[in-house]
Design a protein around this ligand. Structure first.
Ligand code: ADE
Length: 245
């Protein structure tokens, strides 16, 4: 997978060299290219922002440097290929495991990290005429810019690439997976620690009992912490209907 990231703070993307994402890069699974937006400015001050039309607080990122950056980067690919443009913004569609899975199936992602009050809307509108564009939010809070969000999206996506995880089974049972429930609590050795014991059932060797216990704990957690997720859990809905019937 090829990943291009455009930002006025390329240093923010340094974590892409670290950890598993860095390893995926080193192994050739990932081709990451970080670009400084100011490279596509032409004035002495390398201006990337201006005041908003219609008034209001803050500054808006000018379309020209973005247009040139996207033109040059998209032209650097194979003929007849275009990246998916990912624009982190608090007004985007929510990043979910499904969105991460969809993006992980793409050969090329181009992240446009905005700062200030955002990027002139015409940049996205124009890009839509030549490539797919996804404006994505990582949560209902406002960050200072898209860089940290781009790191979040990247990590969620890259760990789904075939050959990335040492143990692909650990992808199948986690929170926000197909089942739509939060993950059950997990334990390892020692069996007793600071007076707290690992639940007895986990020593039983009875796989059906363990699976039932885990599902009950996952449900309990989801009801308590994320009741909004429950309608999405198909099995739960069917089980509940079964109980009601
Ligand atoms: N940029 C600023 N806040 C953001 C958010 N919550 N998600 C994605 N990008 C952002």
């Amino acid at each position: 997978m090829r990943l291009d990231v455009v930002s006025i703070f390329p240093g923010y993307l340094a974590p892409l060299d670290l950890s598993l994402v860095g390893k995926a890069r080193a192994s050739g699974l990932l081709d990451v290219r970080v670009h400084d937006l100011r490279r596509w400015t032409h004035d002495r001050h390398h201006t990337v922002d201006d005041t908003p039309y219609g008034g209001g607080a803050g500054m808006v990122m000018k379309p020209e440097p973005w247009g040139e950056a996207l033109d040059e980067i998209t032209a650097s690919g194979e003929p007849d290929t275009a990246p998916v443009l990912v624009v982190p913004t608090p007004s985007g569609e929510p990043l979910t495991q499904r969105v991460a899975a969809e993006l992980s199936a793409e050969p090329w992602l181009l992240f446009a990290c905005g700062r200030y009050e955002g990027i002139d809307q015409r940049v996205m509108d124009h890009a839509r005429t030549r490539m797919r564009v996804r404006e994505v939010s990582i949560g209902d809070y406002v960050l200072n810019g898209g860089e940290v969000a781009a790191l979040v999206v990247t990590e969620a996506v890259v760990r789904l690439l075939p050959g990335f995880m040492g143990n692909p089974a650990s992808l199948t049972e986690e929170s926000h997976g197909d089942e739509g429930l939060l993950e059950y609590p997990v334990y390892t050795k020692p069996p007793s620690w600071r007076g707290l014991d690992v639940p007895e059932v986990l020593f039983s060797g009875n796989h059906a009992r363990i699976a039932a216990w885990r599902r009950a704990r996952a449900l309990e957690r989801t009801v308590e912490r994320r009741p909004d997720l429950l309608h999405r859990s198909r099995r739960l809905t069917l089980d509940t209907l079964g109980e009601v019937a």
